[in-house]
Design a binder for this molecule. Structure first.
Ligand code: PXL
Length: 290
């Protein structure tokens, strides 16, 4: 049966305040006409970036029965998309989920959410990084930010980077399993005050780059929003460079919609003001071959 709407299993936490993980992923993919089936990994009162004293309910114990029910129902997915995970056991459950539900037309996207700006998130451990390295071997696409790429490779975080070095990193990451490696928030590689998203497709041996002017600001949750637009765009049938471009354009629009207000960054970007743009056709693009 051809489904009228594509379906994604989204394995992420639900953080009630701060527009990250499921509270960003569900509205973005729904706006793009994709059905989101969440597998909640944990419930937090807020995300862990720049909030203290948040409540955290780990849902690991309920995940296996939840997944088993879906398996019995024979639900199949066009995409499995995982993000923030709360423990080593959870990483292993996601790995099992992929084994159970994978089929030839299923896109497996692992966003190895672990760190940013050179630092691991407070709930992450070295053992989880080690297990994340195993999980990415099962993905078709991974979307680490620059810090996470360094952690996955066991490299030092250093923003002094050049084209040759980032290309070598991407090839090494693809050798760990995924066919497509996308690194976000890559610092300036040409001294032109840009920040870039760079992608490497192993099968075609091609690098793509989408740059945007560096905006000196940081909002949590933009990684989740970027990967969600990328997933939605690929499921709509776009090419990889167009999907990258749409992701970057959306995040840029979100940041611009938020930056002009005196708005606490930890509350995330003003998604609600920009969501509608996801329904518009692409009228310009700026991707390039690297
Ligand atoms: O946006 C990534 C993310 C997801 N989930 C939780 C987080 C973060 C980043 O801080 O804390 C709980």
């Amino acid at each position: 049966m051809i489904r009228p709407v594509k379906r994604v299993a989204a394995i992420h936490d639900l953080s009630g305040f701060g527009r990250s993980s499921l509270t960003a992923i569900i509205p973005i993919l729904s706006t793009m006409g994709i059905q989101v089936c969440p597998v909640p990994t944990a419930i937090l009162s807020t995300h862990t970036g720049d909030f203290e004293g948040y409540s955290f309910v780990d849902l690991t114990d309920s995940m296996e029965a939840y997944i088993e029910h879906w398996h019995k129902l024979n639900i199949d997915f066009d995409c499995i998309y995982s993000g923030f995970l709360g423990s080593v056991r959870q990483i292993n459950i996601v790995s099992k989920f992929i084994d159970l539900f994978y089929h030839d037309d299923c896109l497996v996207v692992v966003d190895p959410v672990m760190a940013d700006n050179g630092k691991l998130y407070t709930t992450m451990t070295e053992e989880m990084v080690e297990n994340m390295r195993k999980l990415i071997s099962k993905a078709n696409i991974i979307t680490p930010n620059f810090t996470e790429a360094a952690y996955l490779l066991g490299e030092e975080y250093n923003t002094d980077i050049n084209e040759d070095k980032i290309k070598k990193w991407m090839i090494r990451l693809s050798e760990m399993g995924p066919n497509t490696v996308i690194i976000t928030s890559v610092p300036d590689i040409k001294e032109d005050k840009t920040t870039s998203v760079i992608a490497y497709n192993k099968e075609d041996d091609v690098f793509w780059k989408v740059s945007c002017k560096y905006i000196p600001t940081f909002y949590p949750g933009t990684g989740d929003a970027f990967t969600s637009v990328l997933v939605g765009s690929l499921l709509q049938g776009d090419s990889l460079p167009i999907a990258l471009d749409r992701g970057v354009q959306f995040i840029t629009a979100c940041i611009k919609a938020s930056y002009g207000f005196k708005y606490p960054h930890r509350e995330g970007v003003l998604l609600e003001r920009v969501l509608d743009t996801l329904r518009l056709p692409m009228t310009s693009s700026s991707y390039e071959l690297l």
